[in-house]
Ligand binder design. Structure first.
Ligand code: BDP
Length: 586
């Protein structure tokens, strides 16, 4: 299903707002029929947002387990003859949804949309009830994987990633209509031939008997550059003197299909498309045939009170800060971001490394039991499903230039080889038009997985976790040697996808000491000096865009402080330095 859209043939209602929320600590909700009515002890909670930071209850903040959300909504009588769809942008991690007491959706995966056609369950011209049962437990079969442990009768998560396991209805909830015959999917792949753009398209119609489809491609001013009636489900269009999509000119055309049933138009869908190519050639990453160098940040969906929830003002602010800092790219570390963010990246011309939620696939230190469940077949099956779901959702975004299939798995583990051979093969099968990568942090000689990918993406913390407090030649040499070793072994272009230093804003020290703003700035200057000597390095993305919440640990000061912006989006000294540095790089 395509992202919900409103037009003459599709109506749309948002169900965002204040819902009712209850914990189900004993996991007894289903047995007791909680799906058929709002529980008396439920409290108000905002959607979209994580529930964790909305109350004063520690139990709710730190909750691991099953939870329930409810809302009532009105469905107009006029929708009775239509298909009515219920759409969730994302619910972390798994969810079951009931409409008026009837089960309509079961979903797994906390960061991609899911939906169902619910017309048969609705009361038209009346009030209806949605009940959502969510659960934020992670297991050996989930992506990301995790493990639930019980301490003093309370469930806790053994997690292997460094961000708070925020949960709830994180993204918008929508109700929308289509006719019973409708456009279900569109796939666009673009190419360049001289000054012409080639738009290869394919679309899928639901209940397609006797339908005729017309195509119009419109330029930015709404002028048609291509019109054809009665097109087949697959074809190619040539746009002469095409304006290619790039960060400097993120030109979007509108690809509009209309569906006619005899003489009547019954559906329409307009998709923003950008014509561009991405290729790895030798040591270079080519956008529209020209080398491009990535500047920018790895991010998180994270903010005070709303946790991982989508907030439009925050999204706009973040894009403005990225622009301000002369970032031309970001990585959706460590899970797919909201549809709305991807649309904005298309419009504003950002180059996105789009990452699956496969983070924390390592057993570093804390939980030996976890080691046993790593890389099992069920984990692989979920991982492959996530690749497919991510591809299906983001395949048409010109901003998506690289797929990242994982972050920092245990790449030195022998089991990782076969696992990522399969993962890379499936990703390539899904999409041959974009380079693929796996973000690693292993030692170059023991890396079992980078061989399967087009770009080596490295997370390296010299001057922080390695050689802490040292911003001298020793660190500079160690970083330089590590990059060379990686390049010499794999002979592939490298992106430094993470490097950073925890920095408490307002803390100063001269000479620089760890955690001060001066240290972070000098740390980035040192990295800049090394990166500038490496011809095979095609990009740098600092860790992190902004400070973000993590679980409580001795090494975290109310969260991870490696942001170049604070959690409330104010620049630290290093942000000013990077802004100047990146001005010369883009
Ligand atoms: C990297 C992880 C990232 C962490 C970061 C850190 O990819 O998620 O937040 O380290 O420790 O290894 O700050």
């Amino acid at each position: 299903m395509l992202f919900p859209q409103e037009n003459t043939y599709r109506e749309l209602k948002t169900l965002d707002g204040i819902w009712s929320f209850c914990l189900d600590e004993k996991d007894s909700g289903i047995k007791q029929g909680w799906y058929s009515g709002v529980r008396e002890n439920c409290i108000p909670i905002a959607v979209p947002a994580s529930f964790n930071d909305q109350t004063q209850e520690q139990k709710i903040r730190d909750y691991t387990g099953t939870y329930w959300y409810y809302t009532r909504f009105f469905v107009p009588q006029s929708w009775e003859s239509r298909f009515v769809w219920l759409w969730f942008g994302a619910v972390h991690y798994s969810a079951k949804v009931w409409v008026n007491g009837k089960l309509v959706i079961t979903n797994k995966g906390g960061s991609l949309p899911f939906w169902a056609e619910v017309s048969g369950k609705l009361k038209f011209g009346q009030e209806n009830l949605i009940a959502v049962m969510g659960n934020n437990e992670l297991s050996s079969e989930s992506i990301p994987p995790g493990r639930v442990i019980i301490e003093d009768g309370v469930k806790k998560l053994s997690q292997h990633f460094d961000f708070f396991n925020y949960a709830g209805i994180h993204r918008p909830v929508k109700l929308f209509t289509t006719s019973k015959k409708f456009i279900e999917d569109i796939t666009i792949k673009t190419d360049i031939s001289g000054s012409a753009g080639i738009v290869n398209y394919e679309f899928l119609l639901k209940n397609n008997k006797g339908l005729k489809v017309n195509l119009k491609i419109l330029d930015k001013k709404g002028q048609p550059v291509f019109i054809k009636t009665n097109i087949s489900t697959k074809g190619a269009v040539r746009i002469e003197n095409c304006k290619f999509w790039s960060p400097k000119n993120p030109y979007l055309y509108k690809f509009c299909l209309t569906v006619n049933d005899r003489q009547t138009t019954i559906d329409e869908y307009c998709l923003n498309i950008g014509v561009r190519t991405v290729k790895v050639s030798g040591n270079k990453l080519l956008l529209n045939g020209k080398p491009v160098y990535l500047t920018g940040c790895a991010k998180h969906e994270d903010f005070h009170i709303i946790g991982r929830g989508l907030n439009n003002a925050l999204m706009v602010k973040d894009f403005n800060l990225l622009k301000w800092s002369n970032s031309n790219s970001f990585r959706t570390s460590h899970y797919p971001y909201a549809d709305e963010i991807m649309d904005m990246a298309d419009k504003l011309g950002f180059l996105v490394i789009d990452e699956t939620p496969a983070v924390g696939m390592n057993e570093w230190g804390s939980d030996p039991v976890f080691d046993k469940i790593l890389f099992n077949n069920k984990m692989l099956a979920t991982h492959l499903t996530m690749l497919k779901e991510l591809y299906r959702r983001d395949k048409n975004h010109p901003s998506v230039i690289i797929w990242s299939v994982t972050n920092e798995p245990e790449a030195e583990d022998k089991r990782a080889r076969a696992y990522f051979k399969k993962v890379s093969a499936v990703m390539r099968q899904l999409d041959s038009t974009r380079p693929i990568t796996a973000v690693v942090t292993s030692k170059p000689a023991y890396d079992n997985i980078s061989q399967f990918f087009d770009i080596v993406s490295l997370n390296k913390y010299f001057g922080w976790y390695v050689l802490p407090g040292d911003l001298n030649k020793k660190t500079e040499n160690a970083l330089s040697a590590e990059l060379d070793k990686y390049y010499n072994r794999f002979k592939k272009p490298i992106i430094l996808t993470e490097f950073g230093a925890d920095t408490v804003a307002g803390m100063h020290s001269d000479p620089p000491m760890m955690f001060s703003e001066e240290y972070q700035q000098e740390y980035y200057k040192l990295h800049g000096r090394v990166l500038d000597t490496k011809k095979y390095v095609i990009g740098e993305q600092v860790w992190n865009f902004a400070d973000f919440m993590t679980k409580q640990e001795t090494r975290r000061v109310m969260g991870n402080r490696k942001g170049i912006f604070t959690r409330d989006r104010q620049p630290k000294m290093a942000a000013h330095f990077l802004k100047q540095r990146w001005m010369k790089k883009i």
